[in-house]
Design a protein around this ligand. Structure first.
Ligand SMILES: [Zn+2]
Length: 183
């Protein structure tokens, strides 16, 4: 991300990303970056995306009635659309605004406001392996069989992207069909 304190910081021609939130609220951010924090004591890894607010107004402060398009604080993220990154879906997120105050000089094409959206990305054990705690898919009966689609063993959650990502919310349809075939 560029330094904001320069006379040539324009966002019109920088990479824009979109975050779709519940109730059809859309945040458009420019010149965004993704930060992954070190795991906390319980192995929780928090991730955030920060960028210049393109479609907003107000300061984002809790007492500012003019904050748009969404208040600071808790929100529900439906989906991210960030070029080159896997979409993040269905997360409880926290929204923070950071106003850099009076834009100087006044030729900037934005309001001088950054927005940060952060969420708990995953939990890992001491070896860095993901802990799929409280994954809704863990209750799926299809876990009794191996998955023909991704090769997950019985009892293990499905994975995507060559096993690098755990499917916490559901299992592959082929797995459900495999379970039905055993009946
Ligand atoms: Zn699978």
């Amino acid at each position: 991300m560029k330094s904001w304190n320069t006379p040539d910081h324009h966002i019109a021609d920088t990479e824009h990303g979109t975050l779709i939130l519940a109730d059809d609220v859309t945040l458009v951010i420019a010149d965004w970056e993704v930060t992954e924090n070190a795991p906390d004591r319980d192995g929780r890894v928090y991730t955030s995306v920060r960028g210049w607010l393109v479609n907003g107004g107000g300061t984002g402060r809790v007492d500012d009635p003019y904050t748009e398009p969404i208040d600071a604080g808790r929100a529900r993220l439906v989906r991210t659309e960030l070029r080159g990154r896997e979409p993040v879906t269905d997360r409880d997120v926290h929204i923070d605004y950071h106003s850099v105050g009076r834009p100087y000089p006044n030729t900037w094409d934005h309001r001088g406001c950054q927005v940060t959206v952060s969420w708990m990305d995953r939990r890992i054990d001491a070896h860095g392996r993901p802990i799929p705690d409280q994954a809704p898919a863990l209750t799926s009966p299809a876990l009794a069989v191996a998955c023909p689609a991704c090769g997950s063993r019985p009892g293990a959650l499905c994975t995507s992207h060559s096993g690098t990502r755990t499917c916490r919310h559901d299992v592959h349809r082929a797995r459900t069909a495999a379970l039905a075939a055993t009946g």
